[in-house]
Design a protein around this ligand. Structure first.
Ligand code: DX5
Ligand code: ZN
Length: 228
């Protein structure tokens, strides 16, 4: 099963409810929320109040991607705000096992993220704990960056580890995923597909946004027959 996790970072914030409704009409099945703190990544975005607002306008799972230092401090706040899946970066978690366990204890599904320079091997011990692994296909911080093809090797690696270890975690990709790159990501084994700028067409462009989502999913679906 493939999911389009549309990233609201690329949406028109003055009409967020409408943008989410449009991406959902186009076939989006997960709402991806990028939380940035200006420390772990150079950019600053939004926090728990925006997650809580989004919670009130959609029933889709909220995939909350924390690009922040010291995520442990905020697990309770994001749980209260209504996050379903909470993602933390391996690079900032000194006690990754504890952090992932705490996310589950707060009633959310834990997920772990790795930057392009971080190897899959750093995750082996926690793979049995996670709902999904997010392989960044750009360096985090901004939407609209170019996809780094080499990262797909890590998707393939995770797929074979999942089989070897008899696990069921899902594999997500994020960054530069669009019409031209989604097929390769799906062929490598990704099934949770984050996309921002490839989906949201801009203020007042509802039809184009809906069409982008449909075409994106069509390209992704066509690639499922070609896993390699
Ligand atoms: C980047 C974020 C992404 C971003 C993707 O740091 O984690 O979720 O919104 O944007 P696009 O799809 O435009 O690369
Ligand atoms: Zn993200």
């Amino acid at each position: 099963m493939l999911d389009l996790a549309f990233s609201i970072l690329a949406a028109d914030f003055t009409h967020l409810a409408e943008e989410i409704a449009t991406a959902t009409r186009g076939g989006g099945t997960v709402c991806h929320v990028d939380v940035m703190d200006g420390h772990f990544v150079p950019n600053i975005t939004f926090g728990p109040p925006v997650v809580a607002a989004v919670r009130r306008i959609t029933e889709l799972p909220l995939d909350v991607h924390l690009m922040i230092e010291d995520p442990d401090r905020y697990i309770g706040d994001f749980a209260k705000a209504g996050a379903n899946w909470l993602l933390v970066h391996q690079e900032v978690c000194r006690h990754l096992h504890r952090t992932l366990t705490s996310i589950r204890e707060h009633g959310m599904e834990p997920a772990v993220v790795i930057n392009p320079a971080t190897p899959v091997e750093t995750l082996i011990e926690v793979l049995p704990l996670v709902h999904h692994v997010l392989v960044m296909t750009v360096n985090p911080g901004f939407g609209g960056q170019s996809f780094i093809p080499r990262c797909l090797e890590k998707v393939r690696h995770l797929r074979s580890l999942r089989e070897e270890m008899g696990l069921h975690f899902r594999i997500e990709v994020d960054g530069g995923i669009g019409q031209d790159t989604v097929a390769d990501a799906v062929k490598a084994g990704a099934d949770l597909l984050v996309a921002g700028s490839a989906i949201f067409a801009g203020a007042g462009q509802q039809e184009a946004t809906e069409r982008n989502a449909r075409e994106f999913l069509k390209a992704a679906q066509a690639a499922t027959q070609m896993q390699a």
